[in-house]
Design a protein. Structure first.
Length: 185
């Protein structure tokens, strides 16, 4: 990856009315997994900062969590991490790896005029990448916040971030995420 652009010169300027932060699978049972290149609690901390900044700017925050199909009772830790969701957020429950298949996510985003999706979550190469690939197929512009993600191995994370995501959209750090009206964090 190229060297980060200094904070005084944002790498991209997002429109809060047309942009949503999409956080994938930030649930206790997933955040607690041994993930790399950073711990789940570190991903969560960056994601919480991004979510606060998006909400402050009036941008939509989408929280996607997974439930296992066919189970009347979900495993412990299947809800979102406590305190992550806030009033006005959109919560999507998926039953596949990606967040679009079998959900109303696309319809909900289109009703709100959203055209750009900013991604974070666990696991980089599974839930995040699967959701992002479907979003790309649906015509959304994609932004990937590298330090708001982790995978089961550093190699899996790096493959997505360095090989796949640059072909699908823009890869940034949380410090590079800005709205046209100012900084997110």
């Amino acid at each position: 990856m190229t060297a980060p652009v200094p904070a005084a010169e944002p790498r991209l300027a997002l429109d809060p009315a047309r942009t949503a932060l999409v956080l994938v699978d930030l649930m206790d049972r997933i955040v607690g997994l041994p993930v790399e290149p950073r711990k789940g609690v570190e991903v969560l901390s960056v994601a919480e900062g991004l979510a606060a900044g998006f909400r402050s700017a009036g941008a939509l925050v989408v929280l996607i969590r997974v439930e296992r199909p066919g189970l009347a009772e979900q495993p412990p830790g299947s809800g979102l991490v406590a305190g992550l969701a806030a009033d006005g957020d959109l919560e999507i429950v998926k039953r596949t790896i990606g967040g679009f298949q079998g959900t109303a996510l696309d319809e909900q985003l289109r009703e709100r005029g959203i055209s750009t999706l900013v991604f974070g979550g666990i696991a980089t190469n599974l839930g995040v990448e699967s959701t992002a690939r479907a979003a790309g197929d649906l015509g959304y512009d994609l932004v990937f916040v590298e330090d708001a993600m982790a995978a089961l191995t550093a190699a899996e994370h790096d493959a997505s971030v360095r090989l796949d995501f640059p072909r699908l959209g823009t890869v940034v750090t949380a410090a590079e995420v800005h709205f046209a009206s100012g900084e997110v964090r």
